[in-house]
Design a protein around this ligand. Structure first.
Ligand SMILES: [Zn+2]
Ligand SMILES: [Zn+2]
Length: 374
Protein backbone atom coordinates (compact mmCIF):
# COMPACT_ATOMS: atom_id res chain seq x y z
CA UNK A 1 0.00 0.00 0.00
CA UNK A 2 1.23 3.50 -0.81
CA UNK A 3 2.17 5.80 2.00
CA UNK A 4 0.54 9.00 0.83
CA UNK A 5 1.40 10.95 3.95
CA UNK A 6 5.06 10.13 3.43
CA UNK A 7 4.82 11.03 -0.27
CA UNK A 8 3.63 14.51 0.65
CA UNK A 9 5.91 14.78 3.66
CA UNK A 10 3.08 15.52 6.09
CA UNK A 11 2.03 13.69 9.24
CA UNK A 12 -1.23 11.84 9.63
CA UNK A 13 -2.86 14.64 11.53
CA UNK A 14 -2.15 17.22 8.79
CA UNK A 15 -4.96 19.66 8.04
CA UNK A 16 -6.43 20.12 4.57
CA UNK A 17 -4.49 23.37 4.35
CA UNK A 18 -1.20 21.66 5.31
CA UNK A 19 -1.78 19.05 2.63
CA UNK A 20 -2.55 21.63 -0.01
CA UNK A 21 0.53 23.62 0.92
CA UNK A 22 2.78 20.54 0.90
CA UNK A 23 1.46 19.51 -2.47
CA UNK A 24 1.85 22.92 -3.98
CA UNK A 25 5.43 23.11 -2.82
CA UNK A 26 6.31 19.67 -4.17
CA UNK A 27 4.43 20.20 -7.41
CA UNK A 28 6.32 23.39 -8.08
CA UNK A 29 9.58 21.61 -7.51
CA UNK A 30 8.77 18.45 -9.42
CA UNK A 31 6.63 19.71 -12.25
CA UNK A 32 8.13 18.30 -15.48
CA UNK A 33 8.10 21.76 -17.01
CA UNK A 34 10.61 22.99 -14.48
CA UNK A 35 12.42 19.87 -13.31
CA UNK A 36 14.48 18.03 -15.89
CA UNK A 37 15.59 15.18 -13.61
CA UNK A 38 14.62 11.88 -15.27
CA UNK A 39 12.43 10.72 -12.37
CA UNK A 40 10.77 14.09 -11.81
CA UNK A 41 7.70 13.18 -13.80
CA UNK A 42 7.33 9.93 -11.91
CA UNK A 43 7.70 11.78 -8.62
CA UNK A 44 5.21 14.39 -9.69
CA UNK A 45 2.64 11.73 -10.51
CA UNK A 46 3.28 10.08 -7.17
CA UNK A 47 2.72 13.23 -5.12
CA UNK A 48 -0.28 14.16 -7.28
CA UNK A 49 -1.83 10.81 -6.56
CA UNK A 50 -1.15 11.26 -2.85
CA UNK A 51 -2.71 14.69 -3.00
CA UNK A 52 -5.72 13.36 -4.85
CA UNK A 53 -6.41 10.91 -2.04
CA UNK A 54 -5.59 13.10 0.94
CA UNK A 55 -7.30 16.25 -0.33
CA UNK A 56 -10.62 14.45 -0.62
CA UNK A 57 -12.18 13.94 2.79
CA UNK A 58 -14.01 10.80 1.68
CA UNK A 59 -11.01 9.17 0.04
CA UNK A 60 -8.79 10.13 2.94
CA UNK A 61 -11.16 8.53 5.42
CA UNK A 62 -11.25 5.25 3.56
CA UNK A 63 -7.48 5.36 3.04
CA UNK A 64 -6.98 5.91 6.77
CA UNK A 65 -9.29 2.95 7.34
CA UNK A 66 -6.95 0.82 5.27
CA UNK A 67 -8.35 0.95 1.77
CA UNK A 68 -6.30 2.50 -1.02
CA UNK A 69 -8.42 3.90 -3.84
CA UNK A 70 -5.54 3.22 -6.21
CA UNK A 71 -5.35 -0.37 -5.06
CA UNK A 72 -1.69 -0.16 -4.21
CA UNK A 73 -0.71 0.64 -7.78
CA UNK A 74 1.60 3.58 -7.84
CA UNK A 75 2.17 5.99 -10.63
CA UNK A 76 -1.11 5.60 -12.49
CA UNK A 77 -4.20 7.71 -12.36
CA UNK A 78 -7.24 5.65 -11.67
CA UNK A 79 -10.87 6.42 -12.08
CA UNK A 80 -12.13 9.33 -10.10
CA UNK A 81 -8.88 11.18 -10.16
CA UNK A 82 -10.03 14.71 -9.93
CA UNK A 83 -7.78 16.67 -12.16
CA UNK A 84 -9.62 19.92 -11.60
CA UNK A 85 -8.80 19.80 -7.89
CA UNK A 86 -5.16 19.46 -8.72
CA UNK A 87 -5.25 22.26 -11.22
CA UNK A 88 -7.04 24.31 -8.65
CA UNK A 89 -4.41 23.62 -6.01
CA UNK A 90 -1.70 24.34 -8.51
CA UNK A 91 -3.03 27.38 -10.23
CA UNK A 92 -5.44 28.96 -7.82
CA UNK A 93 -2.96 31.69 -6.96
CA UNK A 94 -2.43 32.50 -10.60
CA UNK A 95 -6.16 33.01 -10.99
CA UNK A 96 -6.57 30.26 -13.57
CA UNK A 97 -9.45 27.87 -13.95
CA UNK A 98 -12.39 27.66 -16.23
CA UNK A 99 -15.86 29.07 -16.03
CA UNK A 100 -15.14 32.42 -14.42
CA UNK A 101 -16.90 34.42 -17.07
CA UNK A 102 -16.20 38.00 -18.03
CA UNK A 103 -14.80 40.28 -15.38
CA UNK A 104 -16.54 43.43 -14.34
CA UNK A 105 -15.38 46.74 -15.71
CA UNK A 106 -16.18 48.29 -12.36
CA UNK A 107 -13.27 48.60 -9.98
CA UNK A 108 -13.23 50.08 -6.52
CA UNK A 109 -11.31 53.35 -6.48
CA UNK A 110 -8.06 53.73 -4.60
CA UNK A 111 -7.82 55.03 -1.08
CA UNK A 112 -6.09 58.36 -0.80
CA UNK A 113 -4.02 59.87 2.00
CA UNK A 114 -3.42 63.54 2.61
CA UNK A 115 -1.78 65.37 5.50
CA UNK A 116 -2.97 68.54 7.15
CA UNK A 117 -1.25 70.80 9.64
CA UNK A 118 -3.29 72.10 12.54
CA UNK A 119 -2.19 74.18 15.48
CA UNK A 120 -2.42 73.08 19.07
CA UNK A 121 -5.50 75.20 19.76
CA UNK A 122 -7.35 73.37 16.99
CA UNK A 123 -6.27 70.05 18.50
CA UNK A 124 -7.59 71.16 21.90
CA UNK A 125 -11.06 72.09 20.70
CA UNK A 126 -11.38 70.55 17.22
CA UNK A 127 -11.70 72.56 14.04
CA UNK A 128 -13.50 72.95 10.77
CA UNK A 129 -11.19 72.70 7.75
CA UNK A 130 -11.66 73.23 4.04
CA UNK A 131 -9.62 70.79 2.01
CA UNK A 132 -8.79 70.80 -1.65
CA UNK A 133 -7.92 67.39 -2.97
CA UNK A 134 -6.75 66.12 -6.33
CA UNK A 135 -8.82 63.09 -7.02
CA UNK A 136 -10.78 61.12 -9.59
CA UNK A 137 -14.51 61.68 -9.86
CA UNK A 138 -17.22 60.09 -11.97
CA UNK A 139 -17.11 61.40 -15.54
CA UNK A 140 -19.94 63.86 -15.99
CA UNK A 141 -20.32 63.05 -19.67
CA UNK A 142 -20.80 59.28 -19.56
CA UNK A 143 -21.72 58.98 -15.87
CA UNK A 144 -19.12 56.29 -15.44
CA UNK A 145 -20.00 53.78 -18.13
CA UNK A 146 -17.25 54.95 -20.51
CA UNK A 147 -19.37 55.25 -23.66
CA UNK A 148 -20.21 58.37 -25.61
CA UNK A 149 -23.75 59.34 -24.62
CA UNK A 150 -26.28 57.55 -26.79
CA UNK A 151 -23.90 54.77 -27.70
CA UNK A 152 -23.47 51.55 -25.84
CA UNK A 153 -21.29 48.52 -25.63
CA UNK A 154 -21.25 45.54 -27.93
CA UNK A 155 -20.45 41.97 -27.13
CA UNK A 156 -16.86 41.07 -27.90
CA UNK A 157 -16.84 39.02 -31.08
CA UNK A 158 -13.50 37.39 -30.29
CA UNK A 159 -14.62 35.66 -27.12
CA UNK A 160 -18.36 35.87 -27.68
CA UNK A 161 -18.83 37.78 -24.43
CA UNK A 162 -17.24 35.19 -22.19
CA UNK A 163 -14.23 37.41 -21.52
CA UNK A 164 -11.86 34.51 -21.87
CA UNK A 165 -10.40 32.31 -24.57
CA UNK A 166 -10.22 28.62 -23.92
CA UNK A 167 -7.36 26.56 -25.18
CA UNK A 168 -6.68 22.86 -25.26
CA UNK A 169 -3.10 22.02 -24.43
CA UNK A 170 -1.44 18.69 -24.63
CA UNK A 171 0.43 17.65 -21.55
CA UNK A 172 1.83 14.49 -20.07
CA UNK A 173 -1.43 14.17 -18.17
CA UNK A 174 -3.42 14.23 -21.36
CA UNK A 175 -5.35 17.11 -22.80
CA UNK A 176 -5.79 20.04 -20.52
CA UNK A 177 -8.28 22.81 -21.02
CA UNK A 178 -6.94 26.17 -19.98
CA UNK A 179 -8.40 29.61 -20.35
CA UNK A 180 -6.86 33.04 -20.44
CA UNK A 181 -8.46 36.47 -20.51
CA UNK A 182 -9.53 37.65 -23.95
CA UNK A 183 -7.09 40.29 -25.19
CA UNK A 184 -9.60 41.89 -27.54
CA UNK A 185 -11.86 43.00 -24.69
CA UNK A 186 -9.36 42.73 -21.78
CA UNK A 187 -11.60 40.10 -20.31
CA UNK A 188 -14.65 42.32 -19.97
CA UNK A 189 -16.67 40.39 -22.57
CA UNK A 190 -18.01 43.63 -23.97
CA UNK A 191 -16.30 46.34 -25.96
CA UNK A 192 -17.07 50.04 -25.70
CA UNK A 193 -17.99 50.95 -29.26
CA UNK A 194 -17.42 54.70 -28.92
CA UNK A 195 -15.29 55.58 -25.91
CA UNK A 196 -16.33 58.75 -24.11
CA UNK A 197 -14.26 61.75 -25.27
CA UNK A 198 -14.13 63.19 -21.82
CA UNK A 199 -12.62 60.23 -19.99
CA UNK A 200 -11.33 58.04 -22.86
CA UNK A 201 -13.66 55.30 -21.71
CA UNK A 202 -12.36 55.12 -18.14
CA UNK A 203 -15.60 56.41 -16.69
CA UNK A 204 -13.81 58.88 -14.42
CA UNK A 205 -11.83 62.07 -14.71
CA UNK A 206 -9.20 63.71 -12.53
CA UNK A 207 -10.15 66.93 -10.88
CA UNK A 208 -9.80 69.11 -7.81
CA UNK A 209 -12.49 68.81 -5.28
CA UNK A 210 -13.26 70.81 -2.16
CA UNK A 211 -14.28 69.11 0.99
CA UNK A 212 -15.02 70.42 4.41
CA UNK A 213 -13.64 68.38 7.24
CA UNK A 214 -14.58 68.40 10.89
CA UNK A 215 -11.35 67.73 12.78
CA UNK A 216 -12.43 66.23 16.09
CA UNK A 217 -11.07 67.68 19.32
CA UNK A 218 -8.22 65.67 20.77
CA UNK A 219 -6.43 64.64 17.59
CA UNK A 220 -2.66 64.41 17.74
CA UNK A 221 0.16 64.09 15.25
CA UNK A 222 -0.34 60.79 13.45
CA UNK A 223 -4.10 60.61 13.99
CA UNK A 224 -5.81 59.45 10.81
CA UNK A 225 -9.34 60.50 10.07
CA UNK A 226 -11.10 58.11 7.70
CA UNK A 227 -13.63 59.58 5.30
CA UNK A 228 -15.45 56.64 3.82
CA UNK A 229 -16.11 56.92 0.11
CA UNK A 230 -14.23 60.23 -0.27
CA UNK A 231 -11.25 58.70 -2.09
CA UNK A 232 -10.92 58.22 -5.84
CA UNK A 233 -13.93 56.79 -7.60
CA UNK A 234 -13.23 53.53 -9.38
CA UNK A 235 -13.10 52.90 -13.11
CA UNK A 236 -16.25 51.94 -14.96
CA UNK A 237 -18.44 53.63 -12.37
CA UNK A 238 -16.97 51.52 -9.55
CA UNK A 239 -17.35 52.62 -5.93
CA UNK A 240 -15.00 55.18 -4.45
CA UNK A 241 -12.16 54.34 -2.10
CA UNK A 242 -11.71 56.06 1.23
CA UNK A 243 -9.86 59.24 2.01
CA UNK A 244 -7.54 59.26 5.00
CA UNK A 245 -6.54 62.59 6.47
CA UNK A 246 -3.44 62.40 8.61
CA UNK A 247 -3.05 65.15 11.17
CA UNK A 248 0.20 66.91 12.03
CA UNK A 249 -0.04 69.21 15.05
CA UNK A 250 2.49 72.03 14.72
CA UNK A 251 4.66 72.76 17.78
CA UNK A 252 3.40 75.47 20.13
CA UNK A 253 5.70 78.11 21.57
CA UNK A 254 4.45 77.79 25.14
CA UNK A 255 2.99 74.34 25.58
CA UNK A 256 4.39 70.87 25.00
CA UNK A 257 1.80 68.16 24.72
CA UNK A 258 2.16 64.85 26.55
CA UNK A 259 -0.91 62.73 25.98
CA UNK A 260 -3.77 65.11 26.65
CA UNK A 261 -1.83 67.17 29.19
CA UNK A 262 -0.07 70.39 28.28
CA UNK A 263 3.18 71.29 29.96
CA UNK A 264 4.77 74.69 30.20
CA UNK A 265 7.26 76.39 32.45
CA UNK A 266 7.25 79.77 34.18
CA UNK A 267 10.35 81.61 35.24
CA UNK A 268 9.89 83.31 38.59
CA UNK A 269 12.22 85.95 39.98
CA UNK A 270 13.83 84.76 43.17
CA UNK A 271 11.92 87.32 45.23
CA UNK A 272 8.54 86.36 43.73
CA UNK A 273 9.30 82.71 44.43
CA UNK A 274 10.06 83.59 48.02
CA UNK A 275 7.19 85.98 48.56
CA UNK A 276 4.51 84.40 46.41
CA UNK A 277 2.65 86.17 43.64
CA UNK A 278 -0.06 85.76 41.05
CA UNK A 279 0.88 85.44 37.39
CA UNK A 280 -1.27 85.57 34.29
CA UNK A 281 -1.05 82.51 32.05
CA UNK A 282 -2.29 82.64 28.48
CA UNK A 283 -4.18 79.35 28.06
CA UNK A 284 -6.49 78.14 25.27
CA UNK A 285 -9.38 79.16 27.53
CA UNK A 286 -8.09 82.71 27.83
CA UNK A 287 -5.93 84.47 30.39
CA UNK A 288 -5.98 82.54 33.65
CA UNK A 289 -4.65 83.67 37.02
CA UNK A 290 -2.14 81.30 38.48
CA UNK A 291 -1.37 81.68 42.14
CA UNK A 292 2.26 81.14 43.15
CA UNK A 293 2.52 80.23 46.80
CA UNK A 294 5.36 81.74 48.82
CA UNK A 295 8.38 79.46 49.00
CA UNK A 296 7.85 77.65 45.70
CA UNK A 297 10.80 75.45 44.73
CA UNK A 298 12.39 74.94 41.31
CA UNK A 299 10.65 72.00 39.59
CA UNK A 300 7.43 72.38 41.57
CA UNK A 301 4.39 71.75 39.38
CA UNK A 302 1.12 73.65 39.52
CA UNK A 303 -1.88 72.06 37.87
CA UNK A 304 -4.74 73.75 36.08
CA UNK A 305 -7.34 70.98 36.02
CA UNK A 306 -9.27 70.42 32.81
CA UNK A 307 -7.50 73.10 30.76
CA UNK A 308 -5.61 70.66 28.53
CA UNK A 309 -6.53 68.84 25.35
CA UNK A 310 -10.03 67.38 24.98
CA UNK A 311 -9.95 63.57 25.17
CA UNK A 312 -10.45 62.20 21.67
CA UNK A 313 -12.46 59.32 23.07
CA UNK A 314 -14.76 59.85 25.98
CA UNK A 315 -15.33 63.15 27.66
CA UNK A 316 -13.32 65.63 29.62
CA UNK A 317 -9.97 67.26 29.09
CA UNK A 318 -6.41 66.85 30.22
CA UNK A 319 -4.66 69.33 32.51
CA UNK A 320 -2.17 72.12 32.15
CA UNK A 321 0.93 71.48 34.23
CA UNK A 322 3.06 74.50 34.98
CA UNK A 323 6.66 73.77 35.95
CA UNK A 324 8.30 76.41 38.10
CA UNK A 325 11.81 77.58 37.46
CA UNK A 326 13.45 80.23 39.58
CA UNK A 327 15.73 82.94 38.32
CA UNK A 328 18.68 83.86 40.42
CA UNK A 329 19.77 87.43 39.71
CA UNK A 330 23.05 87.57 37.87
CA UNK A 331 23.72 91.28 38.28
CA UNK A 332 23.07 93.15 41.49
CA UNK A 333 23.46 96.81 42.19
CA UNK A 334 25.42 97.58 45.38
CA UNK A 335 22.12 98.40 47.15
CA UNK A 336 20.53 95.12 46.13
CA UNK A 337 23.59 93.20 47.13
CA UNK A 338 23.55 94.92 50.46
CA UNK A 339 19.93 93.98 51.07
CA UNK A 340 20.56 90.39 50.21
CA UNK A 341 23.56 90.24 52.49
CA UNK A 342 21.48 91.65 55.31
CA UNK A 343 18.87 89.02 54.56
CA UNK A 344 21.47 86.30 54.66
CA UNK A 345 22.61 87.58 58.04
CA UNK A 346 19.05 87.60 59.35
CA UNK A 347 18.65 84.02 58.20
CA UNK A 348 21.89 83.06 59.88
CA UNK A 349 23.46 82.24 56.53
CA UNK A 350 26.23 84.80 56.48
CA UNK A 351 28.07 87.07 58.84
CA UNK A 352 27.35 90.77 58.65
CA UNK A 353 29.30 92.95 56.25
CA UNK A 354 28.67 96.57 55.38
CA UNK A 355 25.75 98.51 56.70
CA UNK A 356 22.07 98.70 55.99
CA UNK A 357 21.40 101.88 54.01
CA UNK A 358 18.17 103.84 54.35
CA UNK A 359 17.40 103.39 50.62
CA UNK A 360 17.03 99.66 50.96
CA UNK A 361 15.32 99.72 54.29
CA UNK A 362 11.78 99.35 52.97
CA UNK A 363 12.48 96.41 50.69
CA UNK A 364 14.66 94.78 53.27
CA UNK A 365 11.90 95.01 55.82
CA UNK A 366 9.46 93.42 53.46
CA UNK A 367 11.80 90.57 52.60
CA UNK A 368 12.61 90.02 56.23
CA UNK A 369 8.96 89.87 57.21
CA UNK A 370 8.27 87.40 54.42
CA UNK A 371 11.08 85.10 55.42
CA UNK A 372 10.25 85.31 59.07
CA UNK A 373 6.63 84.52 58.26
CA UNK A 374 5.19 87.76 59.64
ZN1 LIG B 1 -16.77 59.64 -19.71
ZN1 LIG C 1 -13.36 39.33 -25.71
Amino acid sequence: MNDYYKDLGVDRGASAEDIKRAYRRLARKLHPDVNVEPDAEEQFKKVSQAYDVLSDAEKRRSYDAGSDPYGGASGGFGQGFSFSDIMEAFFSQAGGGAGRGPRSRQRRGQDALIRIDIDLGQAVFGAERELTIDTAVVCGTCHGDGSQPGTGTRTCDVCGGRGEIQQVQRSFLGQVMTSRPCTACQGYGVVIANPCFECSGEGRVRTRRNLSLRVPAGVDTGTRIQLTGEGEVGTGGGPAGDLYVEVVVTPHETFQRRGDDLHCSVELPMTAAALGTTIKLDTFDGITDLEIKPGIQPGDIMTLKGKGVTHLRGTGRGDILVHASIQTPTKLTPDQEDVLRQLAVLRGEERPVGRLTPASNGLFGKLRDAFLGK
